[in-house]
Design a protein around this ligand. Sequence first.
Ligand code: TRP
Length: 457
Amino acid sequence: MLDKDSTRGLWTSKIGFIFAAAGSAIGLGNIWRFPYVTGENGGAAFVMIYIFFILVIGLPIMISELTIGRNTRKNPYGAFRKLKPGGYWKLAGGLGVMTGTLILSFYTVIAGFTIGYFFLILSGKFSGIHGVSQSGEIFARFSANPFNTIGLSVLFIVITSVIVINGVSKGIEKWSKIFMPVLVVLLILLVFRSVTLKGSLKGLEFYLKPNFDNLSVSTFIQALGQALFSLSLGGGGMMTYGSYLSRKEKLVSSAGYIAAFDTMIAILAGLIIFPALFAMGGDPEGGPGLIFVTLPSLIIKMPGGILFGASIFLLLTLAALTTTISLLEIPVAYFVDERGWSRKKATLLAASIILLLAIPSALSLGASGWLSKLPFFGIGFMDFIVIVFANYALVIGAFLIAVFVGYSWGIKPALHEIELYGNNFRLKRVWTLLVKYVCPVAILAILGYMLVTGNYF
Ligand code: TRP
């Protein structure tokens, strides 16, 4: 009951926890993915659906994950096992640990790219080019070079490990408290620069004008998937961070702050990308290549372009780093809790496993070789891992968490944990309704649709 039980580590302040958890949530998902998905899916119409899912599905599941974590003081596997010993539920926790680990294995490759691009832009590589096709060639060459892709992933994992090895408060919390304010300031400066460019208004209009014409089922899949991914749910991330939270802290308001912070940053990221893109006459439908291909070719042409472009990639690097920290912490917590290993040994082993898994992902970006077109599946290794873990496993994980709290562990013990120390949960009836009925049904519907149509987000 008391917090002195925890030799595993604890956050030392509420703000430290919120920075760390928001740091986990705010990542490539916000700055790289959210803008182009919004651009492709009807602008403000998509943002509205997205916010609806954050409130109705994301927040209730985040509260559930944090509650399970804090109640058990365990990694996801240990948490499910502690609450339902002997049954199959611990496998749901095991799935969470695996999902977090495998998400990190490809995440670190893209995160490595952001460091690489920071230096590439500074070096003036893009300065003399003409148009998107040349910038595309640079990207193709960059991503097909194993020295870049593997080398930079190693660099990213090493930096992440150095922080995680120092522990929850002296490593993760300390650095989150430094990185997150820097990230916010940098982001605001970049938004300001972008929206004050001549011709930026068209970009704002494209990004934010609601377009309800092209809404389809797939828009809803995209919105829900993005909401879960962006809030770091379904993969054991928030559960792990919740396990280091003091029982005195208000879980519900913390979850609210994290979700609000995450959503704000995602929306602001679009305010950097689209106004700049339109001001320079670019194509907003660039998809995943928007950041690495379209943007560098245009940004570089504006006054102070090198500084602006490099700052965008610095922003991406910082956002990715606070996320990789939280992803690495999932298997580390597992090894510390379940195997009784020291944090150092756990970190070194987890980081090594992730690196081994990152290598095929990194190599699959090259133009040739079987890794870039897996036999039978016909897609690259990295795409395969993204689909299986960042799409299916994540959604299945979120579904299992809702069912677990709603029906197996139970609403009552969960509410007891939430309301410790007289912390009244005013919306507990709404939350109960959402966790028991709305979340499982909505997530299952989406999962069914994904399976039947082969669509994903
Ligand atoms: N939220 C992160 C981002 O937007 C990525 C992420 C997805 C994640 N699932 C997670 C992070 C689980 C930690 C744990 O970039």
